[in-house]
Design a protein around this ligand. Structure first.
Ligand code: AMP
Ligand code: MG
Length: 392
């Protein structure tokens, strides 16, 4: 993981319209551009009045003509009250609102009156100008994940654009002579369906990243070479990921073909399980390339821990910290284990039940799991949520 961080630099920042920034990380503090509320506003449907007029309650105040929302109200005539809607500006001269449900209305002398029995205190049911945010005030610091509530708040504070971290776009390749894109190809009994392509695409989308599929490549030098021609084109992604073809067999040609094209292999093979053959390279133009093993569980571990580390680095997040957790499993000398597990809370501290089928081709146990447990030869077991997120 440290080798990935050392090889990559954050992609930098960009400005986006607030509504388009969902799932991004803020790159600089954002400030309100409006006072919110923009004016002293009623917090309730009711009647606006001057609290001073109610000191001698009981008292009856004549009601002025109601005004519609969205209109600036006439000043309140001295010694009167006026109906007001939630969120409407409190008229000049008024400083309190009594709510509809508590108001007693009388008809007398051909007009309506508001009967007050007790003094009403100033500011009652009034939202003060700027009490949520004042123009110029910092409302969101740098490094926050943009969420729907933040989009709503920023728009109401008058913010049009936010500065966010640039996000990597991902290019995907599936390799393997036996891989077919859809069930139609299963007529050949020796084929298997490409599940890694859609799975890694979904991993990217779950992080809010856009991924696009560059294609399928057979286990032949020329086929991979043609695919790497496409990788060399602009727009193929800030990170390129392939699955398959990185083990030690005669058909595992990804590393060799990458080297021939001048990529530098940062590592090929990690003492871990599953996913040992994983490859990480830097393409001649400086972009990172991950060769994930084809075994779906190994590909998943490769994305969850290695590609995720690269994504965090590119968006300027620190390395992910899991939580130490107890587990009833033995570490292996020389090998890091990534175990599928279920987080349990019925102890003095969290523990992870890893009593699942841990063989690397079994996907049923990934479905049953909610946690990955990382078990290094030395050091405490660390738990990570099954799916990563870009939350800081
Ligand atoms: P490889 O890493 O190419 O040696 O493949 C290891 C295992 O993963 C083999 O059983 C492959 O058939 C399987 N595999 C490779 N690519 C995919 C894929 N795209 N979808 C599903 N399984 C795959
Ligand atoms: Mg293969």
């Amino acid at each position: 993981m440290a080798a990935i961080e050392a090889s990559l630099r954050p992609l930098g920042d960009e400005d986006l319209p607030v509504a388009a920034a969902l799932g991004r990380l803020t790159a600089s503090p954002t400030h309100a551009e409006l006072d919110v509320p923009r004016f002293d506003a009623s917090a309730m449907d009711g009647f606006a009045l001057a609290s001073a007029d109610t000191i001698d309650a009981s008292v009856a105040l004549p009601l002025g003509a109601p005004h519609a929302a969205g209109q600036w109200p006439e000043p309140l005539a001295k010694g009167s009250a006026v109906s007001i809607a939630t969120g409407a500006p409190v008229p000049a001269g008024a400083d309190a609102v009594i709510i509809l449900e508590e108001a007693r209305l009388l008809d007398r002398d051909g007009r309506r009156w508001l009967q007050i029995e007790r003094p009403v205190s100033a500011h009652r049911n009034v939202r003060a100008l700027g009490e949520d945010a004042m123009a110029g005030e910092e409302i969101v610091p740098a490094g926050r994940l943009v969420t729907p509530d933040m989009i709503g708040a920023l728009i109401s504070y008058g913010v049009g654009h936010v500065r966010v971290r640039r996000q990597p776009r991902i290019g995907l390749i599936s390799t393997g002579d036996e891989i077919v894109p859809d069930p139609g190809g299963l007529q050949n009994p020796a084929t298997i369906i490409d599940s890694n392509g859609p799975m890694i695409d979904a991993c990217c989308r779950q992080l809010g990243l856009s991924a696009h599929f560059l294609g399928w490549a057979a286990d032949r030098g020329e086929a991979l070479d043609a695919m790497f021609d496409a990788v060399g084109q602009s727009g193929s992604g800030d990170i390129v990921i392939s699955t398959g073809g990185v083990s030690a067999g005669p058909y595992d040609l990804v590393a060799e073909q990458l080297s021939k094209r001048g990529a530098s292999i940062v590592f090929h093979g990690v003492r871990m399980r599953p996913g040992k053959p994983i490859l990480f390279a830097i393409l001649p133009d400086g972009r990172p390339y991950f060769g994930l093993p084809g075994n779906p569980v190994a590909a998943l571990v490769g994305f969850r821990f290695f590609v995720n580390a690269a994504i965090r680095r590119l968006v300027g997040l620190p390395p992910e910290a899991g939580v130490p957790a107890d587990v009833q499993a033995k570490a292996r000398p020389d090998t890091t284990l990534f175990l599928r597990g279920v987080m349990q809370a019925d102890g003095p501290r969290p523990w992870v039940d890893v009593d699942l089928d841990q063989r690397s081709h079994i996907q049923r146990s990934v479905l049953a799991a909610d946690t990955w447990l990382r078990l290094d030869p030395e050091g405490p077991p660390i738990a990570y949520p099954k799916n990563p997120s870009l939350a800081p």
